[in-house]
Write a protein that binds this ligand. Sequence first.
Ligand SMILES: *[C@@H]1O[C@H](CO)[C@@H](O)[C@H](O)[C@H]1NC(C)=O
Ligand SMILES: *[C@@H]1O[C@H](CO)[C@@H](O)[C@H](O)[C@H]1NC(C)=O
Ligand SMILES: *[C@@H]1O[C@H](CO)[C@@H](O)[C@H](O)[C@H]1NC(C)=O
Ligand SMILES: *[C@@H]1O[C@H](CO)[C@@H](O)[C@H](O)[C@H]1NC(C)=O
Ligand SMILES: *[C@@H]1O[C@H](CO)[C@@H](O)[C@H](O)[C@H]1NC(C)=O
Ligand SMILES: *[C@@H]1O[C@H](CO)[C@@H](O)[C@H](O)[C@H]1NC(C)=O
Ligand SMILES: *[C@@H]1O[C@H](CO)[C@@H](O)[C@H](O)[C@H]1NC(C)=O
Ligand SMILES: *[C@@H]1O[C@H](CO)[C@@H](O)[C@H](O)[C@H]1NC(C)=O
Ligand SMILES: *[C@@H]1O[C@H](CO)[C@@H](O)[C@H](O)[C@H]1NC(C)=O
Ligand SMILES: *[C@@H]1O[C@H](CO)[C@@H](O)[C@H](O)[C@H]1NC(C)=O
Ligand SMILES: *[C@@H]1O[C@H](CO)[C@@H](O)[C@H](O)[C@H]1NC(C)=O
Ligand SMILES: *[C@@H]1O[C@H](CO)[C@@H](O)[C@H](O)[C@H]1NC(C)=O
Length: 495
Amino acid sequence: MVSPSFSKLFIFLLITRAICCCLGQGGGDGGATVRCIQSERRALLAIISNTSSNGLSGEGFSSWTGDDCCRWKGVTCDNATDRITELDLSFSHLVGQIPESLGNDLAHLVSLNLSYNDISGRIPESLGKLVRLQEVRLYDNHISGQIPEAIGNLQNLRVLHLELNSITGQIPRTMGDLCNLTELDLSSNNITGRIPESLGKLVKLQEVRLFDNLISGQIPETIGNLPNLRVMHLEGNSITGQIPRTMGDLCNLTELDLSSNNITGRIPESLWKLGKLQENLPNLRVLHLEGNSITGQIPRTMGDMCNLTELDLSHNKIYGELTDLLDGLSSCAQGASLSSLNVEGNNLSGRIPTSLSKLSQIQNLYLSSNSFRGDVTGAHFSNLTNLYHLDISNNSLNVMLPTDWIPPFNNVLYISMSYCRLPAFPNWIRNQTSLQFLYLSSVGMSGNLPVWFGTIFMKQNLRVALFRSIDRSSDWIYVQLALKYGRLKSKWQRT
Ligand SMILES: *[C@@H]1O[C@H](CO)[C@@H](O)[C@H](O)[C@H]1NC(C)=O
Ligand SMILES: *[C@@H]1O[C@H](CO)[C@@H](O)[C@H](O)[C@H]1NC(C)=O
Ligand SMILES: *[C@@H]1O[C@H](CO)[C@@H](O)[C@H](O)[C@H]1NC(C)=O
Ligand SMILES: *[C@@H]1O[C@H](CO)[C@@H](O)[C@H](O)[C@H]1NC(C)=O
Ligand SMILES: *[C@@H]1O[C@H](CO)[C@@H](O)[C@H](O)[C@H]1NC(C)=O
Ligand SMILES: *[C@@H]1O[C@H](CO)[C@@H](O)[C@H](O)[C@H]1NC(C)=O
Ligand SMILES: *[C@@H]1O[C@H](CO)[C@@H](O)[C@H](O)[C@H]1NC(C)=O
Ligand SMILES: *[C@@H]1O[C@H](CO)[C@@H](O)[C@H](O)[C@H]1NC(C)=O
Ligand SMILES: *[C@@H]1O[C@H](CO)[C@@H](O)[C@H](O)[C@H]1NC(C)=O
Ligand SMILES: *[C@@H]1O[C@H](CO)[C@@H](O)[C@H](O)[C@H]1NC(C)=O
Ligand SMILES: *[C@@H]1O[C@H](CO)[C@@H](O)[C@H](O)[C@H]1NC(C)=O
Ligand SMILES: *[C@@H]1O[C@H](CO)[C@@H](O)[C@H](O)[C@H]1NC(C)=O
């Protein structure tokens, strides 16, 4: 039973609520006012409908009934004009094509988000008529065809995300007219042709991602005109030619990835400007140039890049020594930031400088398949407390770590010293309780495998141990047995 005083209160609440709605305190659920412009309502239903053969259809549109389209899910209207300004239909299982009518009827659209659907077909040419658009997100669909030239009319556009589609053709030159653009993402499509010179006009651009496409030709010199660029990802294309010298003018750049292209020539000295500590400006933190045909030496100036955390130059044709780089970085006033260094698969030579030991943030160190020579000693590792991956394989290195060596790191996951010379089995791995991958092929060890090795093998989660060229067949059998036993044991544990 409801007490009388309670029901009075309830009625009072109902009345005040109704008054508030009548006073037009927008968006109440009384349904008294219809804000939606009816021509825009019809336009929406022409874009999303199951009745016409072209257009989009999807799930979750049960709220798309009644006259007030401003209350429909995904639709936002302007409070003053009642015009539709935002359409967010991401994650709506939309299928079909975006109809040309999009551009004719929703002239006040500021933001369009159709990401994460199954939309196919082309981007309608009429998109170029929606000149108020500031944000367009059509990513993660199956959109094909070319980017319409008319895109250049969207002078207010700040954000354009078309990644993860099947877009073909070239980047239209008119893209350079989007003078308010700050984010451009066309990655993971099938875009061909060159990067248009006109992109150098986009002076507000902060992030550009064109990776995993079929882009060819050279990086235009005009790229250096983008003072606000922070992030540039061009990896996984077929870009040729040299890294333009003007790249050094990108004074706000923190992340540069040009990996897996066909870039030739040297690393330009001018890149030093990206790493020089400048007041109130960020510095280059991530540099990926791996998988190209870059030659020459590592510029001495890279040793000044104290904010660099990731440097990957692997699988190029770089020669010379590591000395300038590591000596430079290790003398950074507040310590180097470098946590990943990968130079594998080049033709670097000389000794590994002991200044390496001062890069105390290093977690991943890949030096394999170069022409390094000389001894690797405890002095190389003295302050590498964070080491996680270590690969020095396939050089002419002697690993001269004493049998009683206590490594400063104790969390290493991956060690490869294959094709190095090891006088004896590395006893120090005994304390590396996180070790899962151990590669020691052709290390020319003498002496038997220590008995404890079998024990750690079984105790730890050591996944791979390759001793392909162990001289002693008895050791080989021992490793095989340990492996088998380890597998059996983990099988029992699982069941
Ligand atoms: C429009 O109205 C809604 C609901 O009353 C409110 O949340 C929103 O802040 C208003 N927007 C503007 C720009 O006034
Ligand atoms: C389209 O059809 C699907 C089911 O076939 C339904 O879930 C959805 O609500 C319909 N959309 C519209 C806008 O009528
Ligand atoms: C879609 O766009 C709207 C407005 O720009 C934004 O608030 C929302 O986070 C976006 N959703 C996704 C999944 O990107
Ligand atoms: C850039 O956008 C601002 C407001 O968002 C606008 O006032 C300006 O006209 C746009 N720039 C150009 C060149 O159209
Ligand atoms: C690009 O084209 C190739 C060959 O036509 C096709 O196999 C691939 O799926 C396409 N990739 C994308 C992202 O559309
Ligand atoms: C770097 O970016 C900041 C913030 O976007 C901007 O204020 C500054 O002008 C840019 N630097 C230069 C040299 O343009
Ligand atoms: C890029 O290099 C790869 C392998 O080195 C080669 O197969 C491909 O033809 C090259 N592409 C261009 C455009 O030079
Ligand atoms: C760059 O490194 C210096 C010195 O280590 C540090 O003071 C500064 O905050 C860093 N800047 C950025 C943007 O990370
Ligand atoms: C590697 O460099 C050495 C000199 O340091 C040179 O003799 C050799 O030819 C180079 N190898 C390749 C494959 O470029
Ligand atoms: C080792 O690194 C620590 C910080 O991680 C630093 O305080 C110490 O000075 C370093 N020692 C040497 C010898 O570089
Ligand atoms: C060892 O390095 C050379 C180049 O220095 C390379 O050609 C060879 O494939 C590498 N071998 C292995 C097993 O990685
Ligand atoms: C390494 O392991 C051995 C034997 O388990 C132990 O005596 C030694 O104290 C350990 N050393 C470190 C540094 O943990």
